[in-house]
Every structure is written in structure tokens, then in C-alpha cells.
Design a binder for this molecule. Structure first.
Ligand SMILES: Cc1ncc(COP(=O)(O)O)c(C=O)c1O
Length: 366
């Protein structure tokens, strides 16, 4: 049996999603074209973006989608404020550097969210700003950034808001009905529970229409990709057909589960069970409850020298669970994800495996 992936992606997928990859698809065939159209439509529907938004899928991992969003939808004379509290905010900064997009950053430590008043001050003091970039759930720590409050502020200031919702999309609320943004990037293999290999950008039609010639890269040019899909519903270059077939199935299962709310409920239940169980074992969680997204949880490594992350990891792996190393710069931590095709029982089994490992290595937790 496959090990359970308690990670932020790739993650555990359903058997039916994996089985959807058992067929070969002709990329110019009408069945595949219909499947592709349906995926694009479903993703727009998930943000209630019908009539207003376009969906442009992009081959590759999530970073390809984020880079395509930034490189295609901004210009060399844009000026971007990047909100950073972890590695994925840093990555957007790196992308801006590669693409020579002028930017400033407002960075806070990885276990804190940005101060809204300070964001407003920065915007007031930088009259040439055109965009603000934010990360919804910063997967580095698992922190839930206050995306709605930030979006409201950015909207009030008449700037364009781009969201990296990679680890949030499909499980945390993101609707054009109550949140104002111009573009969002995400991928198939996180909360939508597809397999890795395709990302997508949802962008306002009024924005993408005016982006011809912005992108330095042909393969990452969202405008070009969009134009091609609009013209004949085909991909410009070889599409990841099997990944898309699995994505189609995963989206059907997402819908059956009750859409974003259904998925949120299961992940929240997973998260609660995990956090409570870990606390009972004696582990300390990095984030307070109100900042914790039900996506991935950061735990402090015990100070007892008999705790060695590699040993802990290997032991859990032997018991059927793969966890994630920490990504914080400020402390030694490890992470356990609660997203993917996992339920309460999986979390309880994972907790049993963790408890057993602690006993085997005689690790003191107080
Ligand atoms: C918030 C966020 N942004 C971007 C990425 C990058 O995605 P990928 O690793 O698929 O390129 C990740 C990956 O975990 C993420 O969590």
C-alpha cells in the first residue's frame, strides 16, 4: 500500500483520481478538448468568476503558474509591493528580480502576519505602486494570512492585487463575491487533490486582454497560452494529458464532497485531530489557533538530543507516513500536512505512529 503523504503536495490522491490516468488522450481530439474546457470552466466557477475571469492553465508545478502570472500580467514599469512572511513570498520577490519588475517588500517574521496599518502607510508613501502581491496560506509555516482584509485595503487604494493561493485554493474561501483581486495562481495537486504537473492562473478578462508582449518568455506567456485556448481550445505545446484527466476527476470529487466548504470541513477536522493529538503527546505548535490554516502544521522539534529529525522521519515512513521537514529560518521545526485524500482515521493512525516512535527512541517532550 502507498504511504500516506502528510505533506503539502504532491499529496495523497484518491484511487479514482489515479485511475483516471490509465488512458491515453489525443491532444487534438474532441474528447480531450471538452475535458480541457470543462476544467477551465470549473476553476472559474470555484471563485464565482463567470463572465469576469479567464482561466489559463500552465504546464509545470505551481511556481510555473506564479511566474507566468507575474511575468505576463505585469510590465517592466509596474511597481509591486510584495508581502513576505515565508519562502513563497520570497519566491515572488525572486521572480520579480528575474523579470526585472520593480518591487518593494514588506517582510515580517514567519510566524506573524502583516500589520494592515503598516501596509496602508507603505502604499501611501509609495505613490507609484501599481500592484500588491500576497500569499494566502504561507505554506512555510502554515500561517493563514488575512487575505480578505488585505484585498479590501488594496482595492480601496485602487491597486491591483495578485494572490498566490497555491496551498489554499479549493479549501479556503476565495470568491469574487466578497474578495477583490485581479489574478490568482494555484495548482492541481494541493487542495484540489489532483496529481502534480499543471498549474493555473485565474485572471480578470479586462486585465489579460491588455498583456500582449509583456512576457519575456514564450512558454510562460499567459497571454499567448490564453489566445491559443480561446482560438481552438487547444494547448500551444504538448499538454500534460494524463495529469489533466486526473485533474478532471479530482474536480468532480471536489464537487461531490461539497466544493470548497466540504473540503474545508474535512481538512479542519483533520487539523483539529492532529493538533489535539500532538499536544497530548507533548509537542508544541508554532502558531496560535487563530493564525493556523487547516493545511499544514508546524511543530517545534523537541530539545531532547535524542530527537533527530531524520530518525523520526524514517521511523514514521516505515510505519506508512511521510512528513515534511521544517522550512523556518528562526527555529528547528517539522511540518505535518492535513490536506490530500486523508480523513480523521488517517490522522488518528498517524498520531499512533508518532506516539510509538517517541517511545521507541525514548524522547522526552517536556
Ligand atoms: C504558497 C505556495 N506557493 C508556491 C508554491 C510552489 O509550488 P511548486 O512547488 O508546485 O512549484 C508552493 C508549494 O508548496 C506553495 O505552497
Amino acid at each position: 500500500m502507498d504511504k500516506k503523504l502528510l505533506t503539502p503536495g504532491p499529496l495523497t490522491t484518491s484511487k479514482t483520481t489515479k485511475e483516471a490516468m490509465l488512458h491515453d488522450w489525443g491532444s487534438r481530439d474532441k474528447n480531450f478538448i471538452e475535458l480541457n474546457k470543462s476544467i477551465r470552466k470549473s476553476l472559474i466557477k470555484l471563485i464565482d468568476g463567470e463572465d469576469l475571469f479567464e482561466c489559463v492553465p500552465m504546464q509545470g508545478s505551481g511556481t510555473f503558474a506564479v511566474e507566468a502570472m507575474i511575468g505576463s500580467l505585469t510590465k517592466t514599469n509596474s511597481k509591486i509591493l510584495i508581502l513576505i512572511n515565508g519562502a513563497y513570498g520570497q519566491r515572488m520577490k525572486k521572480i520579480c528580480e528575474y523579470h526585472k519588475r520593480p518591487y518593494i517588500v514588506y517582510e515580517v517574521v514567519e510566524h506573524e502576519v502583516h500589520d494592515l496599518l503598516e501596509i496602508e502607510n507603505i502604499i501611501n508613501n509609495n505613490k507609484d505602486l501599481t500592484h500588491v502581491f500576497g500569499v494566502y496560506c504561507e505554506t512555510t509555516s502554515g500561517i493563514l494570512n488575512p487575505i480578505k482584509s488585505i484585498a479590501d485595503l488594496v482595492n480601496k487604494k485602487n491597486l491591483s492585487f495578485f494572490i498566490d493561493a497555491m496551498s489554499a485554493f479549493g479549501a479556503l474561501p476565495l470568491s469574487t463575491k466578497n474578495l477583490s483581486f485581479d489574478a490568482v495562481a494555484a495548482s492541481s495537486n494541493k487542495c484540489l487533490e489532483g496529481v502534480p504537473g499543471v498549474g493555473f492562473v485565474l485572471v480578470k478578462k479586462a486585465i489579460i486582454e491588455n498583456t500582449k508582449g509583456n512576457c519575456h518568455s514564450l512558454s510562460l506567456d499567459l497571454f499567448d497560452q490564453w489566445q491559443s485556448m480561446e482560438k481552438n481550445a487547444q494547448w500551444r505545446f504538448t499538454p500534460p494529458t494524463h495529469v489533466l484527466a486526473a485533474f478532471y476527476q479530482a474536480l468532480k470529487e471536489h464537487h461531490t464532497e461539497g466544493g470548497v466548504q466540504g473540503r474545508y470541513d474535512r481538512y479542519m477536522q483533520n487539523c483539529k485531530i492532529l493538533c489535539k493529538g500532538m499536544e497530548e503527546i507533548g509537542f508544541k505548535q508554532l502558531l496560535p489557533e487563530h493564525l493556523q490554516a487547516p493545511i499544514i502544521i508546524t511543530f517545534m522539534q523537541p530539545s531532547d538530543p535524542s530527537f533527530k529529525f531524520e530518525q523520526f522521519y524514517d521511523s514514521l515512513s516505515k510505519k506508512g507516513f511521510l512528513i515534511y521537514p521544517g522550512k523556518l529560518t528562526i527555529a528547528n521545526t517539522f511540518r505535518i500536512g492535513c490536506i490530500g485524500y486523508l480523513n480523521s482515521n488517517d490522522m488518528l493512525e498517524a498520531l499512533k505512529a508518532i506516539k510509538k516512535t517517541i517511545q521507541e527512541f525514548n524522547i522526552q517532550l517536556n
